[in-house]
Design a protein around this ligand. Structure first.
Ligand SMILES: [Zn+2]
Length: 170
């Protein structure tokens, strides 16, 4: 899970099923997950589950609660990279990956890491090239509320924001 500009000619498919395929860069080994069918906003892309639960985050985990970080099942979902203009959302309450926008076959799936991650293990400089790119991505804890309001966030992140607001007022 990282971001990089894509040059489609240098990529090959290393896995596919009915709704997605993993593309791998032949140059860097960088992997990304792409749609093989269309979705409308709100559509279920895939249910997901935890193959492993950890108290600490890693670059592969998705945060589902306080000191609760899961590695994803099905495993190929780990290749969904970050974008500041995401088309998918990991709803960690319903454990469903859903579409935020219309997704066409061939589109790369992406999610907004701070929509699930409060304080990331490995902050990184985003190169998503979207007009509103936030630059350094280190988790929702470090992003002002005005910006977070533009995004769909998990219940866990929304609750953390509420307690952050209380602390700021106190
Ligand atoms: Zn970005």
């Amino acid at each position: 899970m990282q971001t990089q500009q894509t040059n489609p000619t240098a990529y090959r498919s290393i896995f596919s099923n009915e709704f997605c395929e993993i593309m791998e860069s032949q140059v860097t080994g960088f992997k990304s997950l792409h749609a093989l069918k269309a979705f409308e906003p709100g559509d279920l892309i895939s249910p997901f589950n935890a193959s492993f639960v950890s108290t600490k985050p890693s670059y592969l985990t998705v945060q589902v609660g306080y000191r609760k970080h899961i590695t994803l099942l099905p495993q190929f979902l780990q290749y969904i990279n970050h974008s500041c203009n995401p088309n998918a959302f990991f709803n960690t309450t319903t454990m469903e990956l859903t579409a935020l926008r219309t997704i066409q076959p061939g589109d790369e799936y992406s999610f907004f890491y701070p929509s699930t991650e409060w304080d990331m293990a490995q902050p990184f400089q985003c190169n998503c090239n979207q007009p509103d790119c936030l630059g350094l991505i280190s988790g929702a804890a470090f992003i002002p509320e005005e910006i977070l309001k533009r995004y769909t966030l998990t219940d866990f992140i929304l609750n953390r924001l509420k307690s952050r607001q209380k602390k700021l007022r106190a």
